[in-house]
Design a binder for this molecule. Structure first.
Ligand code: IMP
Length: 197
């Protein structure tokens, strides 16, 4: 099966290709002629659908897209769907982490037990005729008081998954992170679904 990939991030594309190779999916890069969509839906699923549908409509091939958010209980689920833009439209990863730590401090959630959070990824495969597969993956953990580790990206330095013995995602090797991560879980769920079709 040939699947257009909405993401242009090389690390994500490699991860998606590696996991979907197990069910004979050939991942195709998004043509430059297809513009990026504005991700203005108010749910992860809505944003993933916008990206997948735009690509499927433009190319006539099925397309896969994902969207991820970090949900922090003490902040009522924020930043959630706004994770990439938490500190503003052109915010850097550092700006977003600064805001997250400041909001948690302001909320009085200073103990680890008050800093529960989870990453959630929604992945959609969409066919040009409107058929869809929708799967998700979740990784639960806590937000640390300070940044730790140098690998990964985004909120990795302040997210300690429950299954990692206190390490943050940024203190793990990519292969260890992918084994328990939200995106890894969502993609394996997709591979399972595609493999049984
Ligand atoms: P996207 O939907 O994958 O582009 O993710 C939206 C935002 O969530 C990114 O800009 C990152 O800030 C954050 N994010 C997504 N996945 C991860 C991850 O695996 N680790 C840390 N942050 C992530």
């Amino acid at each position: 099966m040939r699947l257009m990939c909405a993401s242009a991030n090389p690390d994500k594309v490699a991860e998606i290709a590696e996991i979907l190779a197990s069910c004979d999916v050939e991942l195709l890069a998004r043509p430059d002629s297809v513009p990026e969509v504005i991700e203005d839906a108010d749910t992860l699923e809505g944003n993933a659908r916008l990206k997948a549908a735009a690509l499927a409509d433009a190319t006539g091939l099925p397309a896969v897209a994902d969207d991820t958010g970090l949900e922090v209980d003490a902040l009522g689920g924020a930043p959630g769907v706004w994770s990439a833009r938490y500190a503003g439209e052109n915010a850097s990863y550092e700006d977003n982490i600064d805001r997250l730590l400041a909001e948690l401090e302001a909320s009085g959630a200073n103990e680890a037990a008050q800093r529960n959070a989870r990453f959630r990824t929604v992945v959609i495969v969409r066919w040009p005729d409107g058929r869809e597969i929708v799967v998700d993956g979740v990784c639960a953990g806590t937000i640390t008081a300070e940044r730790r580790g140098d690998s990964g990206f985004g909120y990795d330095p302040v997210f300690a998954p429950d299954e990692a013995g206190g390490r943050t995602f940024a203190e793990m090797q990519p292969v260890q992170k992918h084994a328990i991560s939200h995106r890894g879980r969502a993609l394996r769920a997709l591979a399972d679904t595609l493999g049984t079709q």
